[in-house]
Each structure stands twice: as C-alpha cells, then as structure tokens.
Design a binder for this molecule. Structure first.
Ligand SMILES: Cc1ncc(COP(=O)(O)O)c(C=O)c1O
Length: 379
C-alpha cells in the first residue's frame, strides 16, 4: 500500500559537495603509506594552490582561523589598531583580539557589501597599523583602494580569502596583493577538506616566520628558536585538498555560470537584487547574496525567506549580526559607531542556493519561487 504524506522538501539543495572515488583513493593512498603527518600532500597543496592564486609562498595549516593568527602575529603587535570589516565572519576580527590588537570596525559598501575604504580612511589614527579585509562571499574587495590607503599610511594588509579561492582582481590572482592572504578549507568552503587552512605571502622572510610559528618555532629537531603553536595540517587532509583542487577550476566556472543565470533572472524580478561585484574583480561565488528592497516589497526579509523555503528554495543569512553587534566585542566598540550599511544588511540580505550542481530544473524552481514571492509582496 502506498501512502502520500505531504512534505515540504527543499527541491534545490542550498549547498552540494561530492566525494569522488578519486578523493577516496587519494586518502587511501596516504593511509596505506603510513605517513599521516604533513608531508608530500600538504606540500603539493601548497605548491599548486599557491601557484593558482599567484603567490610566491604558501603554508597549509589546521584551519582558516589559525591561518589568520599565523598571518597577524608577525605583522601586528599588541596595542596596534587594525581596520577590519564590520560585515564579516567573526574570525577576521577575533584573531586580532587574540593578538592583543584593537579591532577598528569599518562599515560596508551598500553596493557590494565589501569593506568601505572611504569609511576606513576616516577611522585612521596614529595607532593604526593595518587593514584586515575580507573578500566577502568570494568577491575581492576594492584592492586598489585598500592598497592606496595602506601605502599612504604605511599599513600592513591581510586579506581574508576564506571564501574566495581562485577569485581574481584585474586579471591577477589574489595572492599577488597585500602582505598575506588567508584561506579556509572548512567542509562547506569552495575547497573543502573538513577542516584546513592556508596562508600565502610574497616575502620569503615573512613565510619563514609563519612556518616557524606554525610548528613551535622549531628550526631543527627539538630546537625551538621561538614560541609557536602546532597549527600544522596533516597529509590525509592534504590529499583530500589536492584531489578536490583538481576539480576546483571547473567547480568555480560552474558557480560563475550559475551566478550569471541568477543575475539575468533577478534583473526581471523587482525587489530582490544581487550584491554588486567589485569593479575589476571576478568572484569565486562562495555564496550568491541578494538584498531585498523594503521599498519594493511589503514583507520582512525573514518572511520572504520562510516563503521561499516553503516553495523549495532554502536560504541562509550571512550574517544575522554585524561584528560590532556580537557580544564578544562589547568591550572593543565604545566610541566606534556607526555602521549603518552593515546594520541594514542584517535585515535585508540573504543567500540563495549556490554550488556547482545547479541544473535547469533547479533554476525553474528558483524562478517560479522568486517570482511568486516578489508578486505576493509587491507594494
Ligand atoms: C571570512 C572567514 N574568515 C575566517 C573563517 C574561519 O575559517 P575556519 O572555519 O576554517 O577556521 C571563515 C570560515 O567560516 C570565514 O568565512
């Protein structure tokens, strides 16, 4: 006997990743070799992703948070003020606090959601020593503007590219810019290994410092020249990373093609528009992020997302709070407000499904759901 139970199933997966036979074989080869610590596969991942992002030096590490710590520690000192986006994931700012720095939160650009370099300029003081800018959603920030501001004030620059593997700026890999660039290989990232991370840079002396910090300052067996950490990756993770790196260029191209389809679709739907891409940048589209226009639609963002979910389109909110709104930073923000753009984003921005497996059928569901909610709530 068959029963039909009404269910609300998400017809379009929000994210999708595959584990291929090649991934499994790559891990099995490492397991069988018995060499589980960081060895040839971590080194291969460093060489290949370093080259693909056009950086001279690449250091794998345990995760993207460790990558930020490894980049910040040699570049910033306790007491330094460092400009950081109010609109980012917590680690970009919290690892500054871990270093003893004071995070100076900078508002976002209403168009792109990226750090507003003009607002950053207004927040510079004699104590400002750096900028830590996130390539949000996979889209590079206005790197020329960040570079000019940094050059003018002698600031160090770290780019948080946890979401931005293989993105480019003015036809160059993002590894060419700033003092250091950090990555995350968390399971849901464009290059996901479960946990994992990497720092790239173009200065050999800085690379050496990062390598030392990553492994207890060890220069030869049991000789520790300085205090450091164990933030190393391992070769099982490195093997997954290398295997998935084989597919990353094609996956990224598929994400970009899906983004172009969304852009064309949303151009015909009033009230829901994509965040713009920085001039000269090509995004890696970790997330496809849109903003609802409260002047065009009469519902809340949360109602809109609920209705989309009921129509088979899951959404996610990146992020429900600005960083200055996080309790973790309550002692750091007095005197720093306002961040009006970032605060508006907490009420208007949401992300639509984005991955390399979106099909025509998915886009048919996306189109009918988006048109339906936009019509339902049109003012
Ligand atoms: C912008 C950004 N920075 C840093 C991180 C931290 O990376 P991980 O989770 O690998 O520590 C993430 C991960 O979500 C992120 O999105």
């Amino acid at each position: 006997m068959s029963t039909t139970t009404p269910t609300t199933v998400a017809a379009v997966p929000f994210m999708k990743f595959e584990t291929t036979e090649a991934d499994i074989e790559a891990v099995m080869r490492v397991l069988k070799s018995g060499m589980l610590r960081a060895a040839t596969k971590c080194a291969e991942l460093e060489t290949r992703l370093g080259e693909m992002s056009q950086a001279n030096h690449a250091m794998t590490c345990a995760n993207g948070t460790c990558a930020l710590q490894l980049a910040y520690e040699p570049l910033f000192n306790p007491g330094d003020e460092v400009l950081v986006p109010a609109w980012s994931y917590i680690a970009t700012a919290s690892m500054l606090v871990a270093r003893g720095c004071k995070p100076i939160f900078v508002d976002a650009l209403a168009t792109t959601g990226q750090i507003d370099v003009a607002d950053a300029a207004k927040r510079i003081t004699a104590k400002t020593k750096g900028i830590a800018a996130t390539h949000m959603y996979g889209c590079p920030v206005d790197i020329d503007a960040v570079g000019s501001l940094a050059a003018k004030h002698g600031l160090k620059v770290v780019y948080d590219a946890a979401q931005a593997h293989l993105s480019t700026y003015k036809n160059k890999g993002i590894g060419q810019f700033g003092d250091a660039v950090t990555y995350s290989f968390y399971a849901t990232k464009n290059l996901g290994t479960g946990e994992g991370g990497m720092v790239t840079c173009n200065d050999a002396a800085l690379a050496k410092k990062i390598q030392l910090l990553r492994s207890h300052g060890e220069t030869e067996k049991y000789l520790h020249e300085q205090v450091g950490y164990n933030y190393r990756m391992n070769d099982l993770t490195g093997a997954i990373g290398c295997s998935r790196l084989d597919r990353l260029p094609a996956d990224t191209a598929a994400r970009r093609a899906a983004a172009a389809r969304y852009d064309a679709l949303l151009a015909t739907i009033p009230g829901i528009e994509p965040l713009a891409i920085t001039a000269g940048a090509v995004s890696a589209y970790h997330l496809y992020t849109v903003r609802m226009d409260p002047a065009a639609l009469s519902c809340s963002r949360d109602q809109l997302c609920k209705d989309l979910g009921a129509l088979g389109v899951p959404t996610a909110i990146h992020y429900p709070k600005t960083l200055p709104q996080q309790p973790a930073f309550k002692n750091h923000i007095p005197g720093q407000a306002p961040w009006p753009v970032a605060e508006r984003f907490t009420q208007t921005v949401f992300c639509l499904p984005m991955h390399s497996f979106l099909t025509d059928a998915h886009f048919a569901t996306l189109e009918s759901a988006l048109r339906s909610v936009a019509t339902r709530y049109a003012r």
